[in-house]
Design a protein around this ligand. Structure first.
Ligand SMILES: Cc1cc2nc3c(=O)[nH]c(=O)nc-3n(C[C@H](O)[C@H](O)[C@H](O)COP(=O)(O)OP(=O)(O)OC[C@H]3O[C@@H](n4cnc5c(N)ncnc54)[C@H](O)[C@@H]3O)c2cc1C
Ligand code: FES
Length: 360
């Protein structure tokens, strides 16, 4: 098994299985992006109830195997909308082009229920402003969060939205209408690279002036996200938080490098590991060489996960004791890695003691 291969852990939990959904409608948003709206049958309603900022995982047949990709919900529950994802074509990309070319009204597709950690705090006591950075297709989860926040909270929302040029701006008309409807509570800053070049750190610093106590949400191309992350303070003031969503693809079975052999049992590695979950510590048998997530699931623990492949970030946990190796950690930011966060689906202990704590 290559180290990027999906972990052969079967979960009977329907939230980790694919279900067939029908496309209710398709909206051509720009020349290279479409939104797909889904019909949710009543038997699946509970399973597919989502929070703003979450994503669906799609599976499509490809040659003699299947490929999976995540797409964020761009709709918002509080607006009474059917679940909608918005997919932008990537040059030579497999799934983004396939969906744009093939998925039409009435088509069916296999979808895993919503998941993700790029979430809006919806508690009404929370007062921090929201400062959102969206670049290109990275607007999708940000759009959901801003719409939900404007309807469900009293918080002030500012969106800095960067695009290549005017024709590539997804949701332009809708955002302008929202800015009019929520004038005074929503500030829309539109940045076009063809007019003023890429968004610079000094622009970002100007946009966050007076908003340092915000919850910050960042999603977009890597250079855009790096510029924003590098400009933000290490920790926002007064309990504000920084949320980051990285749009990376799963590594398809035919694209996994053959030389990446599975890590074998490491000398001196753990035979039991400790998992802290919802305030309880569980001692779990561990087979050397396997990802920690696999051991936790086998032990029957309800730990969070989705892709099992290192790109969605759902299995993020804090390494409290010991050391691990991780072949892939694209879903984590530099800041998270430095703080000691790891991906349970990628982590293998290299020390006899290892304790991982999942957030509540
Ligand atoms: C949580 C999450 C949410 C997301 N939400 C959205 C969303 O709302 N909207 C959206 O549009 N996208 C979203 N994405 C990104 C999406 O999942 C895909 O990564 C994206 O659509 C590209 O997939 P693809 O199959 O079209 O391209 P891929 O086939 O994955 O290829 C991407 C690029 O890499 C190159 N490439 C890949 N592998 C190789 C290789 N081995 N050799 C050579 N070249 C290679 C391709 O040529 C192409 O240029 C999200 C991702 C995540 C993780
Ligand atoms: S389950 Fe997706 S990164 Fe681990």
């Amino acid at each position: 098994m290559s180290q990027n291969e999906s972990i052969p852990v079967s979960s009977d939990d329907p939230k980790h299985q694919f279900h067939e959904l029908t496309v209710f409608d398709v909206i051509r948003e720009t020349p290279d992006a479409s939104s797909f709206i889904f019909e949710i049958p009543s038997v699946l309603e509970d399973l597919f109830r989502y929070r703003s900022g979450q994503f669906f995982t799609f599976e499509i047949p490809w040659d003699d195997f299947h490929v999976r990709r995540c797409y964020s919900l761009s709709s918002a529950p509080a607006w009474g909308e059917r679940p909608k994802v918005t997919v932008k074509r990537v040059d030579d990309g497999r799934v983004s082009n396939w969906l744009n070319d093939n998925l039409g009204q009435g088509s069916t597709i296999r979808v895993m229920p919503p998941d993700g950690r790029f979430l809006l705090h919806e508690d009404s006591a929370r007062r921090n402003p929201l400062t959102l950075f969206g670049g290109g297709s990275g607007i999708t989860p940000v759009m959901s969060i801003l719409k939900q926040a404007l309807r469900e909270t009293e918080r002030h929302v500012k969106l800095v939205y960067a695009n290549r040029d005017r024709s590539s701006v997804i949701f332009r008309a809708e955002l302008e209408a929202i800015a009019e409807q929520f004038a005074g509570r929503f500030e829309l800053v539109s940045h076009l690279d063809d007019e003023t070049g890429f968004l610079k750190k000094e622009d970002i610093a100007r946009h966050i002036e007076g908003r340092i106590d915000s919850d910050f949400y960042i999603c977009g191309p890597t250079p855009f996200m790096d510029a924003v992350e590098d400009t933000l303070p290490n920790r926002p003031l007064e309990g504000g938080e920084i949320f980051v969503e990285r749009f990376v693809s799963a590594v398809d079975p035919d694209r996994r490098p053959a030389e990446e052999a599975a890590p074998g049992p490491s000398t001196g590695a753990a035979t039991t590991i400790k998992i802290k979950l919802e305030g309880q510590t569980h001692e779990v048998p561990y087979e050397p060489g396997e990802p920690i997530l696999k051991a936790a699931i086998r032990a029957g623990l309800d730990v969070p996960y989705s892709c099992q492949d290192g790109y969605c970030g759902c299995c993020m946990a804090m390494l409290r004791e010991g050391e691990v190796t991780m072949p892939t950690h694209e879903a984590l930011t530099k800041r998270e890695l430095a703080e000691g966060w790891v991906l349970a689906c990628q982590s293998r202990p290299t020390t006899p003691n290892c304790t991982l704590e999942f957030e509540d």
